[in-house]
Every structure is written in structure tokens, then in C-alpha cells.
Design a protein around this ligand. Sequence first.
Ligand SMILES: Cc1cc2nc3c(=O)[nH]c(=O)nc-3n(C[C@H](O)[C@H](O)[C@H](O)COP(=O)(O)O)c2cc1C
Length: 321
Amino acid sequence: MTVKVGNEIFDKLGMKYPIVEGGMTWAGTGALAAAISEAGGLGFIGTGYWHGDDVRKEVRRAKALTDKPFGVNVMLMSRHIREVFDVIIEEGVKVVATGAGDPSPFLDELHAAGIVVMPVIPSVSLAKMMQRKGVDAVIAEGMESGGHIGQMTTMALVPQVVDAVDIPVIAAGGIADGRGVAAALCLGASGVQMGTRFLASPESEVHENFKKKIIKARDIDTIVTGNIAGSRARVLKNKMAKEYVKKEIEEAQKPAPDYETVEKLESGTLRAAVQQGDKDGGAFMAGQISGLIHEEKPVADILADTWAQATDILGIPNTTK
Ligand SMILES: Cc1cc2nc3c(=O)[nH]c(=O)nc-3n(C[C@H](O)[C@H](O)[C@H](O)COP(=O)(O)O)c2cc1C
């Protein structure tokens, strides 16, 4: 059996490597997305709960830096989602990745505008549902990932999703070098999505403290907040994360737990980590693979080295050489 590298979407977008940047709210800026697309991957701008105008500003920043296609990652739960999609269509963005919800109400208009739609999914049932609704590909994301996560691991999730759907599957979570890419392709994915690895690069605009924390991290240095009180998110351990987890456990013992107050502890903390490098109070979202990242590296080198290693392991031609 040979692995299938890439898919028709990657071909259409003219990508050199089957490697996508995971959308990362605040951390995945237009500059980082542009650098990744320019180097032959597919960059994504993370937009979280942003207004349309903020999305437009960042999209224009990326456009000023590259002529290559890049994507926008949207949070479907956002109150501003309508204006965000208007901006995406107006600005001619080529790809949208969606999280936290069902993109199907917007599919027809996005497809009419020629936009590829790839939801992030944490389970086989959601992958099948998304295929039925007509999305173009799915990003199967394991709980090793940084940021908001489901329950399945990448290793267990990806082959099950591959068997369940006919559309391209992109594997995400716990991938930071060529071994991870080769493994994902062996599981049947046609490409990978990486988040944490790209944060430790000169093109990444996260605060120096964030980069240092990833580089210093060991395998066991992440923790999941929100297991009880809210939505689960993987972050690097610090004062805020430990307090959050302690408080949600305390609250769960009470007859009438007040999870809303616990959840508020996390409000604004990702931005504080990304922009201020707030060591104690920030939410340094990052994956378990942080322990494999020992140095800052330009995104062009991350992509080239990762792909060279993957093709070497798989014994397939490194077509970009
Ligand atoms: C700082 C940070 C912020 C993230 N924000 C988002 C987001 O806004 N939307 C989303 O779909 N995924 C988000 N993610 C997940 C990434 O897109 C990606 O799937 C994940 O990082 C892949 O796992 P890895 O960190 O092991 O590479 C975030 C991840 C990180 C590290």
C-alpha cells in the first residue's frame, strides 16, 4: 500500500507541502499565515470572536505580504459570524476552516464564491454529518492539540474518520516533525495541520515569553482546563491554569456549582498570553508536542525539514527538492 499525498484542494491551491497551519485566535496573525503560504504551506488567520472589521484588517495584512492563497479560521459560535463571512467573501479569501458549530447554513454562499470549506471535527459522527452536508474536507483534530479539544487522540481518530468518509481528511494534533507527518499519512490522512510548531518561529508574533515557554516545555507540561466547568482547552501549565482546574474541582463538590464564575477566570487570558506574555495570568494554549520543540525555526525551514524527513521515512520522492 502506498500513502496518498495531498488532495485536489491542495493541488488547486498550489501548495508545495501537504501542511496546513491550524487557525489560532490571536496567535495566528496575518503575517504568520502569509509567511506559511509564501513558503509553500497553507496559512490560516485565527479570528475567534472578532468583528468583521478586525478580520478584514488582518486579511489585508496577509494579502500585502503574499499573493499565495491563505485561509481564515472562524468560530461559528461568534455573534459576529454573519459579518465575518461577508468580509471573507468580499476579500476573496479562498479557504475557510470552521470550529464550534455547523457551517452548513453558510455552505451554499461560500461555495458559490468559490471558497473551500473545511470544518474541524473531533469525532467520526461529526465527520460523517459534515460530509452529508457537503463540506469539501475535514480536519480531524485529536486531543493532543493546543487550544480547544475533544476526547479522541489523533492516532485513534484519524483512521476511523478516514474509513468513515470519502472526502479528504487532514490530521491535526501532536504533529511537529516529519515523523508525525509520515504517521498521519500512514493513517490515511492526505495532509496535516500543525499549530504549536509554527508558534516557535521568527514569523510568529506571539510574545517572547510564549515562544520560550513552548521551547522549555516537557512532554507533561500541558494541562486541560474546562473539563468540568466549560469547554476543554489544552494550555501550558501556569498559575492561571492550575487555579482554574483547582476551582472547577472545588465547585463540582458544591451542591449548586457556579461554573460561570470559574469560566470567567479564563476570559481574555489567551490574548494576555499572546500579546503581553502574561506568565501567571495568561492562557498559553499549546499542544502536548511542545516537548518536541527545542528551538525557534523559520517557517520555511519548518516546512522543508518536516517534509524532507517525512518523505525520507516513507521512501517517496521529495518532489520539492
Ligand atoms: C494558541 C492556539 C490557539 C488556537 N486557536 C484555535 C482557534 O481559534 N480555532 C481552531 O479551530 N483551532 C484553534 N487552535 C487549534 C489549532 O488550529 C490546531 O488544530 C492545533 O494547534 C493542532 O495541534 P498541535 O498544537 O499539536 O499542532 C489553537 C491552537 C493554539 C496552539
